[in-house]
Ligand binder design. Structure first.
Ligand code: CAO
Length: 457
């Protein structure tokens, strides 16, 4: 049976990420994409998943190790059915040139850059040699493939850390780990924390209105008592989004301000660009114009381009303008970030949005591509609705929600004229942004969209 070595993929440019949890042990049977270890850098934590189903024959890391891209994680004795689907080793000197794809059980393409015969020894960033590849290779006399894992969880700073036993216990008790304060290293939730939490909840009188930060629990309901139901597990991405939304909702005092931009001229201009867009093999929607308008408005209103630091003592002013775009994918919400929006042309932005959205839907975004945003645009324009209140993507301090444009009668001083109006809503963190800042910022966006000649100034 071939042995496959799982290596650390691109982890978002982090110099080193610490192994904070081992999720499997030698001898464990794993399935494709099952988490092997949890890595944490200063920005995010991620699980490094198994790149094939099989048996873990060797774990090459220990808790506390610092790993970087390319470091060896584990050796997997690949199960029969996966071995059949595994690629033939690619002869290549440079790992980057040996990109290959493996089809997983679902037929989805999984990136397997650096599929090659593993070197006999590999240096980790800490300078630690791990001569295990040779040992396993010799023991099994099987070809050793080195496969880069695609990290499972992405922008997840603040994800709950807990070992498998604690997670299992929490599931049995019906406790959401997000509600439990972890007292272990790096805030890890321990069994005692869970017990303490349950004791506290039991002591709480039913229906109690809790003070401070305590939140009354929503009791579990057996919906099957009222009719047929089907229960499906939520995706990891959905659960992470829920944690991020909950965190922002609880921490950020939100204010949402509404307006409408007259995009009649923009739409006329855009319609005239369609043929050119086809020639450039791209599409031109209102979104690149919106991004450009937001970038210029952020430049003019630097407070919106900031984040709180040191528990609210400082404000970090960013000298760059990177904007996240919410993308609706079958797996859940993803927010790729477009860098230096203020310095890009409308065509460049159109191309980049389409490219990032397509890779988000194929789950091929790298963690780095979802980091560093200063502001987010969430466009539900194509879906419909005439307004919504977006939740700020903390630690950013504002987000723009865009709804569906509609033709409306507008008074021009002498008569009502049909104009295409785009509803926009700005939610902001009222700890940082006051009404005046928010009003000026949104008014600037609206005036830029209403007169796109100003986008070039
Ligand atoms: N009003 C009317 N029509 C709009 C519009 C708006 N505000 N915005 C886009 N459209 C049109 C586009 O012009 C396009 O039509 P044409 O091809 O005829 O020009 C059509 O709708 C489809 O656009 P699109 O959605 O494919 O492309 P986009 O650039 O507007 O948006 C993306 C890209 C990735 C943002 C979008 O596909 C998406 O995923 N949106 C959902 C975001 C989301 O879920 N937000 C909620 C987050 S909080 O839960």
């Amino acid at each position: 049976m071939p042995i496959q070595q799982v290596i650390v993929p691109d982890i978002g440019g982090a110099e080193g990420a610490e192994v904070i949890e081992l999720l499997v042990a030698v001898g464990d049977q794993v399935v494709l994409d099952q988490g092997l270890i949890v890595l944490e850098s200063d920005k995010a934590s991620m699980e490094i998943p198994a790149t094939a189903a099989g048996t873990v024959v060797e774990l090459l890391v220990a808790e506390g190790d610092q790993l970087a891209e390319g470091a060896a994680v584990a050796m997997i004795d690949v199960a029969e059915q996966v071995a059949d689907a595994a690629p033939t080793p690619v002869e290549s000197e440079a790992p980057a040139a040996s990109d290959a794809s493996i089809a997983d059980d679902d037929g989805a393409e999984q990136k397997a850059s650096a599929v090659k015969e593993a070197p006999a020894a590999k240096k980790t960033p800490a300078g630690k040699e791990t001569p295990v590849v040779e040992a396993v290779s010799a023991a099994s006399e099987a070809p050793v493939l080195q496969v880069e894992a695609a990290p499972l969880s992405l922008e997840v700073a603040g994800e709950i850390y807990a070992g498998p036993a604690v997670r299992k216990l929490a599931r049995e008790l019906g406790v959401q780990l997000v509600r439990v304060d972890g007292t272990g290293p790096q805030g890890r939730v321990l069994k005692e924390d869970l017990q303490q939490f349950v004791r506290k909840v039991i002591r709480e009188p039913v229906g109690a209105i809790t003070g401070g930060t305590g939140i009354p629990l929503v009791p579990e309901t057996d919906f099957s008592k009222f009719g047929e139901v089907e229960v499906t597990p939520r995706t990891k991405l959905d659960k992470l989004t829920a944690i991020n939304m909950h965190r922002s909702w609880l921490n950020v005092p939100h204010v949402t301000q509404f307006d409408e931009a007259d995009i009649t001229d923009l739409e006329e201009f855009r319609a005239g660009l369609k043929a050119e867009a086809e020639r450039r093999s791209t599409r031109i929607t209102p979104l690149p114009f919106l991004l450009k308008a937001c970038a210029l408005a952020l430049r003019d209103n630097p407070k919106i381009n900031s984040s709180l630091a040191r528990g609210g003592e400082d404000l970090v002013h960013k000298k760059y303008i990177h904007i996240g775009v919410a993308v609706d994918t079958p797996a859940g919400l993803m927010v790729p970030v477009i860098r230096d929006v203020d310095r890009k042309t409308i065509w460049e932005l159109a191309h980049e949005v389409a490219e990032l959205a397509s890779r988000a839907r194929d789950r091929k975004l790298l963690p780095t591509e979802m980091q560093g945003g200063c502001f987010t645009v969430s466009s539900l324009g194509n879906i419909g609705g005439n307004g919504f209140t977006p939740i700020v993507n903390t630690p950013e301090v504002a987000i723009l929600g865009v709804s569906k444009a509609a033709i409306k009668p507008l008074w021009n001083g002498t008569e009502f004229a049909p104009r295409t109006m785009l509803p926009v809503a700005l939610s902001y963190d009222h700890r940082v942004v006051n009404g005046g800042d928010g009003g000026r910022f949104l008014t600037r966006i609206v005036s830029l969209l209403s007169d796109i000649r100003r986008l070039s100034l």
